[in-house]
Design a protein around this ligand. Structure first.
Ligand code: UDP
Length: 350
């Protein structure tokens, strides 16, 4: 098979890493980086640490509005896709790069395979929700991480080409767990089980000063240091609003994947609005408080390891207290056995 893979944002690099490795054993992959995330800390470090092959093409399209990004990506993707004439276009997750890849493939008549299909927040205000719904509607192969995701698709009438394969981020995590780094812990004087790890980057939180203030005020009231690797969107919001950050909060630049695995696995608890981090916290057996009103990863909440706290200061503090006082006994395997990529390649071959 000949595959064109389209990636552009941090979580997509992490998902593409185990996938590329399995794919390239027997097939040809042409890797396109849209440039959505472009600097060393948001892009290069993942290629280096995870051994992702260098992109065959970088479109260099970042830092624009959603509309401009998607439309420019589509125009720029046309020529390489026509030249490659792939059997499949592979897209991941729910970013602008996902949407642009799905639409361009469909308009050029190339079948699209969507990895991490069927995820839903049912929040129509999230840009990611639009990207997912459209990508799923027009993909020919839909690779779901969970049965819940496949049931979401079935409710929308999508049943053809749907495969429940497990989660490719779990593949990445299980393959790299042993390589987790403690360098950031040491550099910031953080100790096993004696700090909280936080990330905040959903536009709905960073771009609403009232919500961001609720989150930061809650961090300031927590009983342990909070290490906060700041996504560029959060950094911009902090500069623009000048909101106060508590003395217990260690604001640091975004970290690489191996540092992040180390930070997550040693944390007492995670506070986040990230999708991927909710899952990773679960797999690593670390309780999570999600800074949103809903989650795509509902199984983590049902299993008792994740609490939805929104952005209200008092609610977040209460959720942390509840999470610290009762950790569930049971920890079922929710995201697969680490072999999702192999199942995806087998399905594409068939
Ligand atoms: N991540 C990382 N460094 C950081 C923050 C996150 O390596 O400073 C990783 C995290 O462990 C997870 C992925 O990035 O694997 C999640 O990406 P992000 O939160 O940007 O996107 P989402 O999952 O919300 O789509």
């Amino acid at each position: 098979m000949r595959i064109v893979t389209i990636v552009g944002a941090r979580p997509q690099f992490i998902k593409a890493a185990p996938m590329s490795r399995v794919l390239r054993r027997a097939h040809e992959e042409y890797l396109i980086h849209t440039g959505q995330h472009y600097d060393a800390g948001m892009s290069d470090v993942f290629f280096e640490e995870l051994g992702i092959p260098q992109p065959d093409l970088n479109l260099g399209i970042g830092g624009l509005s959603n509309l401009e990004q998607v439309s420019r990506m589509m125009l720029a993707l046309r020529e390489p896709i026509e030249a490659q004439r792939p059997d499949w276009i592979l897209i991941y997750g729910d970013t602008n790069s996902t949407l642009a890849g799905a639409l361009t493939g469909r308009l050029l008549g190339v079948p699209v395979a969507h990895i991490e299909a069927g995820l839903r927040s049912y929040n129509p205000l999230m840009p990611e929700e639009l990207n997912r719904v459209v990508a799923d509607r027009i993909s020919a192969a839909l690779f779901c991480p969970t049965e819940t995701a496949a049931a979401n698709l079935a409710r929308e009438g999508i049943t053809d080409g749907v495969y429940v394969v497990g989660d490719v981020m779990a593949d990445a995590l299980l393959q790299n767990r042993e390589r987790a780094s403690t360098a950031v812990l040491e550099a910031n004087d953080l100790h096993l089980g004696q700090y909280f790890l936080a990330t905040v980057h959903r536009a709905g939180n960073t771009d609403d000063p009232e919500k961001l203030k609720g989150i930061l005020d809650a961090f300031a009231r927590l009983p342990l240091p909070v290490v906060l690797p700041a996504h560029p969107r959060l950094q911009r919001a902090l500069e623009q609003t000048g909101l106060a950050i508590g003395p217990n909060v260690r604001l640091i630049p975004p970290v690489g994947y191996l540092d992040m695995l180390g930070l997550t696995s040693s944390a007492r608890l995670v506070l986040t609005d990230s999708g991927g981090l909710q899952k990773e916290a679960y797999i690593l057996g670390v309780p999570c408080v999600t800074l949103r009103e809903e989650t795509e990863w509902v199984e983590t909440v049902e299993a008792g390891w994740n609490r939805l706290a929104g952005t209200d200061c008092a609610r977040i503090v209460a959720a942390v207290e509840a999470a610290l006082s009762e950790t569930p006994q049971a920890h079922p395997e929710l995201y697969g056995d680490g072999r999702a990529c192999e199942r995806i390649v087998a399905a594409l071959e068939s």
